[in-house]
Design a protein around this ligand. Structure first.
Ligand code: ZN
Length: 63
């Protein structure tokens, strides 16, 4: 997903709550950053945040 597409997602989604069902890698031109964003609301996450979210979901599933 590209940066301009994320800005558009954020505009469309606005401030509605989102449980971030799907995260996708973001490509910043010329930057060596690996960042993920929610394909639904456009919120950005670092790798650490993404992993933490996946861990939390695993815990929820095993309960
Ligand atoms: Zn989201």
């Amino acid at each position: 997903m590209e940066y301009y597409a994320i800005q558009k997602l954020k505009d469309v989604w606005g401030k509605k709550p989102c449980d971030h069902p799907k995260l996708e890698k973001i490509y910043y031109t010329g930057a060596f950053l690996t960042v993920y964003c929610c394909t639904q609301c456009g919120e950005e996450f670092t790798i650490a945040q993404k992993m933490e979210m996946e861990e939390t979901r695993k815990e929820v599933k095993t309960l």
